[in-house]
Design a protein around this ligand. Structure first.
Ligand code: ATP
Ligand code: MG
Length: 261
């Protein structure tokens, strides 16, 4: 009889110990998850700031070689101010995202968002043989965290440009209202995506760019589309891709046209 009671007691003690271990592991897991979120937020912030600084540095270098060109110098200063302001907005917006806190959404013009992206990029696409077509109604608006959606559009445009270099091609940006959804597409006539890579392109750090170019040339970090997916998920939208190797690629972003909770 005593041995049965002893056994039950021992079992209860083991159970209590396991429960303690489980609670400790759960809290460790929450901490690790928070660290992982911080890690991915850090690489995404670095990536987006880099997207703004690289064209600015090239543009500033051009002005430094031509100090007598007052117009150029004034434009570079103006872009420096704008891109620095954007960089600061991106940092606070992404840190808020990493903390899981909700962010203020505003109704903004899609046309203005896209135009601002080209301003930030500081580069005339024609010089790379790329023709840009924009079919975005001036009146179309979207409720979003503007700085984030702008960075999504910027990443899609930069990828489209990379895919069309060095030969050039057509970059087409369209936006339409489709019922309760706003649909934004970024299409290029570049090299396309190999079918075996399509499943991986939204994964963090997946890139085909590092391997192809030499160390002196630009190489990708594979963060751009992972960032886009995260932002669009947070907006309760979807991002999808259609690609034909050798012919081009279209990315389609669908966003609900009303601020979600
Ligand atoms: N428009 C496109 N045309 C062809 N391939 C594309 C296009 N967009 C994305 N890809 C493919 O998806 C991969 C991942 O894209 P992503 O933007 O995440 O990273 P990346 O451009 O390689 O590097 P990063 O954006 O970090 O500088 C690219 O390396 C490329 O293989
Ligand atoms: Mg990219």
């Amino acid at each position: 009889m005593a041995s049965i009671i002893d056994k039950r007691l021992a079992l209860h003690q083991r159970l209590a110990k396991k429960e303690q271990e489980y609670t400790a592991l759960k809290s460790q897991n929450v901490q690790l998850q928070a660290l992982a979120n911080l890690g991915s937020a850090t690489s995404m912030i670095a990536h987006e700031i880099n997207n703004l600084l690289t064209p600015l540095a090239n543009y500033a270098a051009l002005a430094a070689r031509n100090p007598q060109d007052a117009d150029l110098v004034a434009k570079v200063l103006d872009k420096t101010v704008r891109n620095c302001e954007r960089a600061s907005k991106i940092m606070s917006s992404m840190l808020t995202m990493a903390n899981g806190r909700p962010q203020d959404r505003h109704r903004v013009s899609v046309f203005a968002l896209v135009e601002e992206v080209f301003t930030c990029l500081c580069r005339d696409f024609n010089k790379d043989g790329i023709v840009v077509r924009m079919d975005v109604p001036q009146t179309l608006e979207i409720a979003c965290v503007p700085v984030q959606i702008q960075q999504v559009i910027m990443n899609l445009i930069l990828n489209a440009r990379d895919a069309m270099l060095p030969g050039g091609g057509l970059l087409k940006i369209t936006a339409v209202q489709n019922g309760p959804t706003v649909e934004i597409t970024v299409a290029d006539t570049g090299k396309g995506i190999a079918p075996e890579n399509i499943e991986s392109i939204f994964e963090p750090f997946f890139t085909t760019k590092a391997a192809q170019e030499g160390p002196a040339a630009y190489s990708g970090s594979g963060v751009g589309l992972a960032f886009c997916k995260r932002v669009i998920d947070a907006h309760a939208g979807t991002i999808s891709v259609e690609s034909y190797p050798g012919q081009g690629t279209t990315f389609r972003v669908r966003l609900p046209d009303s601020p979600s909770p």
